[in-house]
Design a protein around this ligand. Structure first.
Ligand code: ZN
Length: 282
């Protein structure tokens, strides 16, 4: 698969300026076509085999208008956007995020993907879907350090920020507010809306009131094949943050979530009573 590193600065800056971004999930191909028809080949930069997407942004990104956006409203102020992708595990959230990021990149926008450094299942500097698709990303403990880690110049040039596993960032709301409202960024976040007990997970739901769009994806129930909106934890571990894959979690429909919880409770009760009997015999 072609890396985002090579895709990032794929169109000329003049194209990005000539084709203001319109975020419509239904007209992606027409946007792309329109943008491509305006390419002036003589101005199109060579695709750079950059080591880092952020390096490529630094050398090819268009000049920032961030300083303008911090002042009073002006007509040329960049308009930020926030888009939220939620759903249970195995619903294709990361795949959807990566598709949108690649589409933005193909439209000539400067993009970067951030993920939590808590999730190191596939290495810290890459983002991998359950389908095996892999792209480079910046692993961080919190989002307030994005500007510092990227450097102000690179951050200011950045137009689209993707955040994967957004439930792990406690400062998600504040970051999204600042990035979209004041810095004119398009922020696309993907994360779990609920934990294995269907409780709100992290700050993902807090972002919905300030979002432009919310997409709830579904997986397929591992038991019956119907649409699955919930994540069932198969083990007895009770801490909320337990980063694992199919060995611990399964997507389930409502009926099988409820029955699965009942089975787990019954199993737990049987095991506890057995342990009690064993310990009383010792
Ligand atoms: Zn089911």
């Amino acid at each position: 698969m072609k890396s985002l590193l090579a895709l990032s600065p794929s169109l000329s800056n003049s194209v990005a300026a000539a084709a203001p971004f319109s975020f419509s999930f239904h007209s992606r191909s027409s946007n792309l076509l329109r943008a491509r028809t305006k390419i002036n080949p003589s101005k199109t930069p060579n695709l750079s085999p950059a080591i880092s997407v952020f390096n490529s942004l630094a050398s090819h990104g268009k000049p920032s208008n961030c300083s303008q956006s911090r002042g009073l409203y002006t007509d040329d102020r960049a308009s930020g956007e926030i888009h939220v992708i939620v759903g249970p595990m195995f619903a294709g959230k990361t795949t959807t995020l990566l598709k949108r990021m690649k589409s933005e990149s193909n439209n000539g926008r400067s993009v970067a993907i951030i993920k939590s450094n808590k999730d190191n299942r596939y290495g810290l500097d890459s983002i991998v879907t359950h389908d095996g698709e892999k792209l480079p990303c910046l692993p961080l403990a919190d989002l307030s350090s994005v500007r510092e880690k990227l450097g102000t110049e690179v951050y200011d040039k950045l137009e689209v920020i993707g955040i994967d596993e957004a439930q792990f960032f406690d400062d998600l709301y504040d970051f999204c507010c600042k990035a979209a409202d004041h810095d004119g960024k398009t922020v696309i976040i993907a994360g779990l809306d609920g934990d294995y007990l269907r409780r709100s997970f992290g700050s993902v739901l807090d972002v919905i009131p300030i979002a432009d769009s919310v997409t709830k994806l579904n997986a397929r129930c591992e038991v019956c094949g119907k649409r699955a909106f919930f994540t069932l934890r198969k083990t007895e571990e009770t801490k909320t943050e337990l980063i694992a894959g199919a060995e611990v979690y399964m997507p389930v429909c409502r009926n099988h979530y409820v029955s699965g919880q009942v089975v787990k409770e019954a199993t737990k009760a049987v095991l506890e009573s057995q342990n009690l009997k064993i310990s009383s015999l010792l």
